[in-house]
Design a protein around this ligand. Structure first.
Ligand code: SF4
Length: 242
């Protein structure tokens, strides 16, 4: 007698394509949520978006950008005045300090222009790889993977990686996602994290990605108590590239 056929889930790299297709259908107009008219404005808005919603940043930036139009304006900003503009975004002293320092470095090292490489961008005060990739992707059309809290969480739940380190997650996604799609895929994953795959209560029941998602680490309530959908050991088989 034939053995019972075993169903095996496709490897992570084979599940990524269908997931990206589904996300493209769900969020066809994926774009950066931060209002901006040039690379400098996007850089400043992205610095302000740390620990803050895009919506709040977009409320603050019109007046800010009207007051400070160039990197030199930012470099020479009165600290207290600049803090006043960005106060409602939280951590405003730090952010204002970074924006002023960023303006200074743009003037001193890059002729007042926003640089176009990841290394140069990430060398600016208050700018990490996440911010640099946002600017590259949305201001310069250079594909970049943005690993924020949503992209990290969904990548693990979808079984694409077990890593928690954003740089390691970024490297895995760079191998799994075709390069031209890096920026839009990042936006779409973020949108899905906000809309459906919430940190605490992911809406798996109505999630369009469900067929391709092992839901790694998602806690389900059962009659016998909360249960993990997959243990880290089980999810190890889904690990793509370390
Ligand atoms: S099935 Fe659940 S865990 Fe997987 S992406 Fe959808 S909401 Fe997130």
């Amino acid at each position: 007698m034939d053995p019972t056929p075993r169903t095996t889930r496709p490897r992570a790299k084979d599940r990524v394509g269908p997931v990206l297709d589904l996300l493209a259908g769900l969020y066809p107009g994926a774009f950066a949520g931060l209002d901006h008219a040039n690379p400098l404005q996007l850089l400043v808005a992205t610095i302000l978006s740390a620990q803050c919603t895009d919506r709040r940043v977009n409320q603050v930036t019109p007046a800010l950008f009207a007051r400070y139009k160039t990197a030199k304006d930012l470099a020479e900003a009165d600290p207290a005045e600049l803090e006043g503009f960005v106060k409602s975004t939280g951590f405003y002293r730090n952010k204002a300090r970074n924006i002023r320092a960023c303006g200074r470095q743009l003037v001193e090292r890059f002729g007042g222009e926003v640089p176009r490489t990841l290394d140069d961008l990430a060398s600016l005060p208050g700018v990490g790889r996440k911010t640099a990739n946002v600017v590259l992707g949305d201001a310069f059309d250079t594909p970049g993977i943005t690993v924020d809290t949503h992209v990290g969480r969904l990548s693990r739940r979808l079984g694409w990686t077990r890593h928690r380190n954003p740089v390691k997650v970024e490297r895995v996604l760079m191998r799994l996602i075709p390069q031209p799609d890096w920026t839009t895929a990042s936006h779409r994953i973020i949108l899905h994290g906000r809309a459906v795959c919430h940190a605490r209560k992911p809406a798996c029941g109505g999630c369009a990605l469900r067929a391709y998602c092992p839901q790694v680490g998602v806690v389900r309530k059962t009659k016998t108590g909360p249960q993990m959908t997959q243990t880290p050991a089980q999810s190890r088989s889904d690990r793509e590239i370390d």
